[in-house]
Write a protein that binds this ligand. Sequence first.
Ligand code: MOS
Length: 738
Amino acid sequence: MSFFDEEQVTLNTPEGRVEAVAKVTGRGKYSAEYTVPNLCYGVLVTSAVPAGTIKSLNLDQAKQVAGVIDILHHQNKPVVPGFADEAKIRESRMGLPVLHTDKIYFKGQPIALVVAGTLEEATYAASLVTAEYAAESFNVDFVKTHPTIPLQEAGKERGTLDAWSASQHIVEAEYTIKEEVHNPMEMHATIAEWVADDKLKLYDKTQGVNNVQRVFAGLFGIPKESIEVISEFVGGGFGSGLRVWSSALLAALAARQVKRPVKVMLTRPQMFSLVGYRPESWQKIKLGADSSGKFTGMLHQAKHTTSMYENFNENITRIARLVYDFRNLKTESVIVPLNLGTPTWMRGPGDCTGDFAIESAIDELSYKLNEDPVALRLKNIALKNDPESGKPWSTHFIDECMAKGAATINWKNRKATPGQLTDGDWKIGYGMAVGMWTSGRGTASAGIRMNKDGTITVQTAMTDIGTGTGTAMQNIAYESTGIPKDKINVELGNSNLPAAPSQGGSTGLASIGGAVVEAAKMLKQKLAGYAALQNANYKDAQANDILLSATGIAYKQANAQFISYADVWKNNKLDAIEVEASSAPGEERQKFAFCSSAAHYCIVRVHTKTGKVKVDRMVCVADGGKIVNDKAAANQLSGAAVGGIGMALMEEQAADKNLGSLVGNDFAGYHVAVNADAPIIEAYFINKPDPNINPVGSKGLGEVGIIGCAAAISNAIYNATGKRLRDLPITPDKVLLA
Ligand code: MOS
């Protein structure tokens, strides 16, 4: 058997992560863990009032604490060129211009940073700083405020409202969701070091080192090449790492001021107020259908919170334009400024919220029509073309997701009438919902360095926030070259490596995968060039006909002999071979629309005496194009569904209307779903490559795993109990009182 007759290797072997050993042994370093000589520690002092101005700061006691080096505040901090005027502040993408003025926008806003030789000294001294405020009236009450703010058009209206106002079947209802917080395990942390007057080095917890580089370049008015950002290991993000937050800038400012490296790590309570959140929202849906179950039209209205200093709109009504073929569709939205920090993207941003309302309303309609919810959706889903642009979907298998999910959970055992299935004091119900996400892709670069021992290192600046990007890169490099996986190393999360977009919006693999494929081609081509000096047959060899192994290069042509790397190195006097390639979206975007999709099916039980809801089974079937690594992909769906269970049943960040404080500030008060709250998530994939999206065929999975999840649970609760709950989270009190 020759080299080329070997069975085609598949990518889908369930091996562990490339970074697994480094993570579990502690060898892998999160941003707060680097050893930096002469490091000192910054601890935040935050505002005790939700609105007003700082009249004075009392620093005397804090300054007397041994070890205190300096205290930064709005009157003594170094100049930030990026805060020079209002326009620059907006451009900076910093959001909060921290320590810029005496103005207070929300309770918990940083007003000073105490820098000391140890964390303990800084923490103690920070506790001694007090401030006098000219307090002003504040508002953190979304429910009371939103009715006073009028809706605005969100997207072009399709058809008219009048066309379907007389439809035979109409569902009209309001849906609300409380604020949710990302809270990745790893707290946001930054070590900032000015290695020269105009050269900054940052170890930063982030989802995008190049983004951090750009933001800091703007803030300090220095070229981005003068800023190195390192984020090699990231303990989760869910969106909170897609922006630069005030704590990172404070670390850089303090390092400048005290001329030493400074570390600022948020405490867990600070994670609840300083790094964004999924905003509290209100929605209203009016959905019409004719007697055959065809949707006649939809009106989708949405409002959510933002801060007083920045407009953030997560476009909740976007998904109304994506999934179903509405000929008549009107979408309206508005944001409601409150004395809170700015919200930000959180897993499935916007769509997750909008989908809960739409998929709940469709479920309500299915009972009115006495039609199976799966069949009703299939009748109305835009399977061929993107209903907004009219372009054909490149690939779209939401119908197959629905069929596979229904078969897996035995949907046929669902009772069409609520309340039929019981088990002692429990009522049992089946629910389902679908979700979608447009498949984006950014310009990304990857490098490959081949070393003398035949090992290669695949490199990119992209971070791996726990999604398995590094493992996928290894898998793709293996498939593209033939070099065994144990000879393929991965290096990522450093701005000195080939540039890449942030890992977010389910675009990570779709962006970097293509670059790795292109870099592998270049490596083969380069090696073939060297091989041709030894064997002329290699001269016109194309990358696709070349295979690499652990020891050398082979060409799929009769007269071309195998050439060892040892010979290549020797004959060409080489130490290493380096290639770098980019991959970017192109013309395919003019011709096609791209999407990922998923169907969630669940069985829940609801306790009739306590109102407790337990998810017995959760099946999620997703179309994310080609699955590069089964295990990492299943992890994505599984983690997202557990987040969806939290969203449906537990997660709720409340603001105290009298004090302006956030109520949840630890995991005792803010409940996330843990293993005890979730069954083993049953994750499946359609696994058909999209031939147009990129050279790999992967469409992204990070978001679709959560989008339909909460609606599926709420729909199952209705099927179990006949109680329609439209306010998330569905806590036991709401179940009992409904
Ligand atoms: Mo996510 S909200 O794409 O990190």
